[in-house]
Design a protein around this ligand. Sequence first.
Ligand code: ZN
Length: 198
Amino acid sequence: MELYSGYINKLVDELASLPGIGNKSAQRLAFHLVGMPQERVDRLAKVMMEAKAKVRYCKKCFTLTDSEVCPICSKPGRNQKLIMVVENSRDLAAYEKTGKYEGVYHVLHGAISPMIGIGPGDIKIKELVERCAEDVEEVILATNSSLEGETTAMYISKLLKPMGIKVTRIASGVPVGGDLEYIDEVTLSRALDGRVEL
Ligand code: ZN
C-alpha cells in the first residue's frame, strides 16, 4: 500500500534529486507545494521554465546571463586583459561582491575530478585557452582550494604558461575545500591581493 498519492511520490522524488535536498526536506516541500494557492504554483512553474529557456552562457566568459554577452564583459572600464578563472557563476558573484576586482572572468562550470569522471574536456578549459590566444596579460586561478580545484589550477597553469601569460593563484586563506560563495568579502579581497605567480 502506498502511503501517499502517486503524484506526491513523484514530486518528492523530483525534489529529492536536487542538490542539497534530502528525502525529508523533499517531503516537506512537496506537501507545502500542493497546499499552496494555485496562482503561486503557476508562477513558480512559469519562472522555472522561463529561466531554463532564457538563461544562457555569455559567449565570452561563459557565466550564466540573459544576453549574448554578460553585463560584466560588456561594461566599459573592465580590464579585458585580466581574467579570473572561477568554477561557477556563484563564485563569480562572490568575487564581484567584493567590489575590488576590475578585470573580467572565465567560468569553467566545474573542476577536474577523475573520481567522478570529469576530465578537462568536460569543463570550459579549451574556451579559456582560446581566449588567451588574444591579448591577455594575467590569468588569476581562483578555483576552490579542494583537491579538484587545485588539480584544475595546475592543469590550466601548465597550458597557459608556455603561451607567455602570467598565471597567478589566489592566496591561501581561503579555507581548504570551502565553497567560495560562503567566504566573506574581506577574505576574498585578501586572497586576491595576496595572489602568487605560479
Ligand atoms: Zn561575460
